[in-house]
Design a protein around this ligand. Structure first.
Ligand SMILES: Cc1ncc(C[n+]2csc(CCOP(=O)(O)OP(=O)(O)O)c2C)c(N)n1
Ligand code: SF4
Length: 484
């Protein structure tokens, strides 16, 4: 008997052992006969053939293939449900040399992730999407997917999918190929050896096109899910061949390089484009404001109509004029007036990571509910500036300086309740010394309405003077809760 020779071996794009439970490190977590394993193999082989393993980042979805990172010895990122194309976009744009694959099931891509896939395709992102369509939600036990066939039973369509109740099956390859930007879209099937070979070619072609920078490529793979379909693996494959392909015709839906007509972009500096002044070199001013800046994270809270969001914007604008990094994040309910509103403002000399502020160094509370809600979250050593003569009797904030400024009354005396937020801005600058007063003067005096500009100037000065003269600077909340 002649000696047997191994001519095929596992591609090195797969790990030798999978980081799974000890006893399962040699096998995948997929059910016997599942198409995901075959689809993985096609990708791994194509990456190997194209020499792309070390450049590849796989984005795995939520669904049965969530653990794709167990198997691919490439870069791996796991995205939230439906968000893989958005994550892939970010990865590709920040690593243009990388080969980025967004691997998704039909629930992930065509239900919760419809927006992401359509827009990534429409932008012509240079990524490859491998879309595994098994016509059902596998991982969660067989709910209807957008690709579920008419009449097909699922746990959420126990009488079969009815178009008048559940809509029609969505043909994503056809839909996406109506867009201008995609470069290559093909639907293939894991039904038999011949079709699997065709699927292999399609996956390789898509990855090769991405490597050449062609743009958005997608391969839709009709795939068996024997477990949910309650079929033997062979019968499930036959189902793909005889039923799924009838409803989702195989073939190439798009194969052309998209043409983008370049649009002329005005060659202006960012400051000029935004209409902002550009005084001094960033280094000079930055150095100057570094000396001053004490408060960095500020939360402004109140109800709609009090100018809460505008106050935050003004502080952010001042920070920009001082060449600082700034972020402004608004949060408000559906009501335009009287609903609660707040914003987070960060001023920094370094790049800002997240704009959300959980524990601000400064809270400007324009009303009592905001004081009660956010007061306890202010950092120890921080400052609360409260729009009122005194704190409510039952409130006190240990280790925090509280300045009570009756901004509404001061604004009324100046002539308009509207400028209460500017009174608070003056108070903020005096209480924290976070930004130069002159910058605020420039901004508030710059409004077109002359009368309002005058009132703004008065309000700014009044807020500053109130804290300077009426509030004991540096006081920590006393028994009555207030610093004065
Ligand atoms: C935000 C969110 N919503 C819902 C779920 C529940 N969930 C997990 S997987 C899944 C559907 C997956 O189906 P599909 O994309 O077709 O992948 P398959 O499991 O069939 O491969 C759903 C709805 C979740 N994990 N997260
Ligand atoms: S449930 Fe279906 S899709 Fe999920 S692993 Fe099993 S066969 Fe594959």
């Amino acid at each position: 008997m002649s000696e047997l020779k191994v001519v095929e071996s596992r591609t090195p794009v797969f790990f030798d052992r999978f980081e799974r439970k000890d006893e399962n490190q040699h096998q995948t977590h997929y059910c016997p006969g599942c198409g995901h394993g075959v689809a993985h193999k096609l990708i791994a082989e194509a990456l190997h053939d194209l020499g792309l393993q070390d450049k590849t980042i796989m984005v795995s979805p939520v669904g049965c293939s969530v653990f794709a990172y167990y198997y691919f010895d490439t870069g791996n990122v796991q995205a939230a449900h439906g968000r893989a194309p958005a994550v892939a976009t970010a990865l590709k744009r920040s690593n243009p040399q990388a080969e980025v694959i967004s691997y998704q099931g039909d629930g992930d891509l065509a239900a919760i992730g419809t927006a992401e896939i359509i827009h990534a395709a429409n932008r012509g992102e240079n990524i490859t999407v491998i879309f595994v369509n098994n016509s059902i939600y596998g991982m969660t036990g067989g709910q209807m997917a957008p690709t579920t066939l008419i009449g097909q039973m699922s746990t959420t369509t126990p009488w079969g999918r009815r178009p008048n109740n559940d809509g029609f099956p969505m043909r994503m390859s056809e839909l996406i190929s109506t867009l201008e930007a995609p470069a290559y879209v093909e639907r293939v099937a894991l039904s038999d050896a011949k079709h699997i070979l065709q699927a292999r070619k399609a996956v390789k072609k898509a990855l090769e096109l991405q490597k050449q920078g062609a743009g958005f490529t997608m391969v839709e793979i009709l795939s068996p899910c024997p477990t949910i379909l309650k079929m033997e693996p062979v019968a499930a494959r036959r189902y793909v061949a005889e039923v799924l392909t009838k409803h989702f015709p195989l073939g190439v839906y798009r194969d052309r390089k998209p043409e983008f007509t370049p649009v002329e972009v005005p060659q202006k500096g960012l400051a000029e484009l935004l209409g902002a002044s550009d005084k001094g070199t960033p280094e000079d001013v930055c150095h100057a404001s570094k000396q001053r800046t004490k408060a960095k994270t500020i939360k402004v809270a109140g109800f709609g109509g009090q100018g809460v969001l505008l106050l935050g914007q003004l502080v952010a604008e001042m920070g920009m004029r001082e060449h600082m990094e700034v972020s402004w994040l608004p949060s408000y309910g559906p009501e335009m007036r009287s609903g609660s509103a707040h914003c987070h403002v960060t001023l920094s000399h370094e790049r800002i990571g997240a704009p959300v502020i959980t524990h601000p160094e400064v809270l400007i509370a324009m009303n009592e509910p905001s004081l009660r809600k956010f007061g306890p979250s202010v950092k120890a050593g921080g400052v609360i500036i409260y729009n009122g003569k005194a704190l409510p009797e039952d409130l006190s904030f240990e280790g925090v300086t509280v300045d009570c400024v009756p901004a509404n009354e001061i604004a009324d005396q100046i002539g308009s309740a509207k400028v209460a937020n500017i009174v608070m801005l003056g108070a903020l600058l005096e209480a924290t010394d976070c930004l130069p007063f002159t910058t605020a003067e420039e901004i508030v005096a710059g409004v077109k309405n002359k009368k309002l500009a005058e009132m703004n100037e008065k309000a700014l000065a009044a807020g500053r003077d109130y804290v300077d003269k009426e509030v004991m600077v540096g006081a920590v909340a006393g028994p009555d809760g207030c610093g004065n």
